[in-house]
Design a binder for this molecule. Structure first.
Ligand code: FPP
Length: 249
């Protein structure tokens, strides 16, 4: 284990890290390749980050792999990404199982092609009882859609007389999101040099520490993740309180 890993492990670890994996297309184009070449190379970054998060003992890692808006991309790119997902699951599943990784997804599974749904569901089922790192793939995910689905479910309960409007609290909303059992992210990372949230986990990142990296996703490695976690451990999270109040706790 490297020095920085030892140092991080002796500090307070984030429970949940969420990542917007951006920059695949530009990385490929900068080298005169098709955008899809960037996605293929992005898989190596995914592998490195899962490995690094697992080594540190992080509990949850959420990866934004495909947004609802990504359906508007060229058909060939979408097909390639779905194929890459199936192929990656196929190639990596045994290793994930061996490393006690549990795979989950967030988003609308039913939007995905059937072959993709089957591969994912099989991997989710076969890793369901693993107790190491949980990797959550956000696929056909949109933060606004997740909130809309929660509002619909709560409205339905209200119409059924199960809850009154005045009983609805922020906890009620949290409890109706896709995965209320997962703690909110402590860290949100976006690679690729842009400063946007792009409809990712809008409710859940209310108090996340934000990190924007200029590194394009295919070049991102666990060492870059460790640097970010080290910075995180030196930030003061006040959750609306004063610095003095937090330090007295
Ligand atoms: C954003 O880069 C990336 C994606 C839309 C896809 C992410 C997919 C992978 C990293 C590979 C497969 C994933 C798994 C989990 C096996 P972009 O194309 O928007 O880049 P750009 O901003 O440079 O155009």
């Amino acid at each position: 284990m490297s020095n920085i890993q030892e140092t991080i492990r002796s500090g307070k670890l984030p429970q949940h890290i969420a990542i917007i994996m951006d920059g695949n297309g530009r990385w490929a184009q900068q080298q005169g390749h098709e955008r899809t070449f960037g996605h293929k190379n992005g898989v190596e970054a995914v592998r490195s980050i899962i490995e690094g998060a697992g080594e540190l003992g992080i509990k949850y890692l959420t990866l934004y792999a495909f947004s609802t808006e990504n359906w508007n991309r060229p058909k060939e790119e979408i097909e390639m990404l779905m194929g890459l997902l199936i192929q990656s699951i196929h190639n990596e599943l045994e290793k994930l199982i061996k490393n006690h990784v549990r795979l989950m997804m967030t988003g609308r599974l039913s939007d995905l092609p059937e072959s993709c749904q089957n591969a994912l569901q099989d991997a989710i089922d076969r890793t369901a009882f693993n107790d190491g790192l949980t990797v959550v793939l956000a696929l056909s995910y949109s933060g606004r859609t997740e909130l809309t689905d929660a509002v619909r479910a709560i409205a339905q309960k209200s119409a059924n007389g199960e809850i009154t409007p005045s009983e609805i609290t922020p906890e009620t909303i949290s409890n109706h999101l896709y995965h209320n059992e997962i703690p909110d992210p402590d860290i949100l990372i976006r690679t690729g040099g842009d400063y946007r949230i792009s409809n990712f986990l809008l409710w859940e990142i209310a108090y996340s520490e934000l990190f924007f990296s200029p590194i394009m996703w295919p070049d991102f490695r666990k060492e870059n993740l460790f640097d970010i976690i080290y910075d995180f451990q030196h930030r003061e999270r006040r959750f609306g309180k004063t610095g003095e109040q937090v330090r007295e706790q």
